[in-house]
Design a protein around this ligand. Sequence first.
Ligand SMILES: [Ca+2]
Ligand SMILES: [Ca+2]
Length: 333
Amino acid sequence: MRRSFRTWRVCACLGAWIVASAVWCASAVQADPIFHSTIQAVNQNGASTWAPGEPGTVLEGIVINNPWEMLDYSNAAASPQWQMFIQAVASGDYGGTALYMRREKPFPGHSGSLPYTPEEWDAEMDRLNFPAGATPQLQRGDRIQVVAGAPGLFFNGKFNINEQHSKDPLKDFSITILERGLTPLASLISLTDVKDGNDEFIFDQARLTGAEHYQGSLVRLEGLTLDDPQNWALNGKLTVRQGNLTMPLQLGLDPTLLSVDTLAMQSLGFSLTAIMDQEDANSSDGYRQGYRLWLTNAGDLDVVPEPGTLLLVLLGAVCAIPITRKCWRSRTA
Ligand SMILES: [Ca+2]
Ligand SMILES: [Ca+2]
């Protein structure tokens, strides 16, 4: 009797273990991607409230910037860094999340296991830029799944997927391309959506309004001018203006940005599609400020004539039609 009880107990334990294992395996294989809005949740000070829990966070989104147009990750850079943003695509989700890598320690004396050697760094860049040997390399318009071991860190107002500055492969995040050639959507906003009448950022802890709502995703702004066109440069920092409201603009590394006619932008006004980023370096008052637009590709910039100027442009176009036709004929001849 005692023996059969012991056998029953062993079987019961074994059965429970099998059921638990099956549940664990099922959750590991079929894990639903977590919402970006869940990862980016904050308190009244703008500090993260997300508790990552078990390692292996699964996240999906559409890539909204070419990594090579945002940060210089070549070994020739003083401190190579790699970053791209993925934007939420799931119904009911919003915003997006940055994926970030750096070769060196974030500051001298940091306890992490960096730096990577140049060879190790190249291998990491290849692993991320060419998932499963993908060609062309990972780029804007790819829909991807990310599995993040670390899974990352909260920094200056947003939760980033990263390796927590460790070379330990268990801290890696990996990328699988699910679909290519998509066009990410941009939310059409005005600066009144993110700034109050005093030109201060609107902060909504619930993240349903204000800049937090758009953090990590593409926004479209029209009717802009520049306060400081003289600062236009690769990786330049400028200020855009819409009426009485202003917002920082960070430029990326696309060389075509240098061909932009900033004088025309000033006289005609312009529109842009850019990433709503947050880098609030002043933590003393929480993380309720420090939002900026990040324009990485010149193709996301449109010089838009004012109505009066538009008439002149149209008149010019009418006058130019014979020339255009001639060019078209010569090209097709
Ligand atoms: Ca934030
Ligand atoms: Ca790694």
